[in-house]
Write a protein that binds this ligand. Structure first.
Ligand code: FOL
Length: 209
């Protein structure tokens, strides 16, 4: 029987869980925040096989939203979800293309059995987060949330308000700073920070049970 790796959803979202607008991020580039995303998704978990890379699973629209010069995201196994028959030819060997989240997880479990996969991150967008949090999604155990405290126009939202009663009833709770630091593998800046007039905070949520 194949190992079942837990999934971490990584996201930056406003207080109303806005994550995207018109095919891109709602806010002007937050350099330090983006660097945190890159470091955190690259960093191998403690005790990882030296041959292992973390995986980043994303929808096709998120793939399209990443500037071509940063694609594939380096140092990570990129997995793009699409049912379009031509997509694998288009992305070439830069990324694995799978037709569903379930298929992607089966593929990663096979690679993991060969010691080639570290952590598995879901990096969006809205519909992929929804699938990861949805029915039979016992594997989504963490949300690494950067809480953006300024409101921006958004047409895409993260499907779970982690501070809602509904989320708490499902077992989601905010972790203390030491648990955030331990998971990320560095001393994460605590409290509100600001870049270009945009305030945000690095947080971690975990699902009990
Ligand atoms: N999570 C967090 N915390 N912040 C985000 O901006 C974010 N963005 C996505 C998913 N989760 C996130 C999806 N969108 C790049 C661009 C857009 C994107 C994800 C990644 C990107 O270009 N990443 C490069 C960074 C290059 C740089 O240093 O500017 C990478 O190597 O990761």
């Amino acid at each position: 029987t194949l190992p079942m790796k837990p999934l971490t959803l990584i996201v930056a979202a406003t207080r109303t869980m806005g994550i995207g607008n018109k095919g891109t991020l709602p806010w002007p580039l937050l350099k330090h925040e983006m660097a945190y995303f890159a470091r955190t998704t690259k960093r191998a978990p403690p005790g990882a096989d030296p041959a292992a890379q973390n995986a980043v699973i994303m929808g096709r629209r998120t793939w399209d939203s990443i500037p071509a010069k940063f694609r594939p995201l380096t140092g990570r196994l990129n997995v793009v979800l699409s049912r379009a028959p031509g997509l694998q030819a288009q992305v070439g060997d830069a990324a694995l293309v799978e037709s569903s989240l379930a298929a992607a997880l089966r593929r990663l479990d096979e690679l993991d059995a060969q010691g080639r996969v570290g952590r598995v991150f879901v990096i969006g967008g809205g519909s992929v987060y929804a699938e990861a949090l949805g029915e039979g999604a016992a594997r989504a155990t963490r949300v690494l949330l950067t809480r953006v405290k300024t409101e921006f126009e958004c047409d895409t939202r993260f499907p779970l308000d982690v501070e809602s009663r509904a989320a708490k009833a499902l077992g989601w709770e905010r972790c203390a700073q030491d648990e955030l630091d331990g998971f990320v593998g560095e001393s994460v800046d605590s409290g509100d920070r600001s870049e270009g007039g945009v305030d945000y905070e690095f947080t971690l949520y975990k699902r009990r049970g």
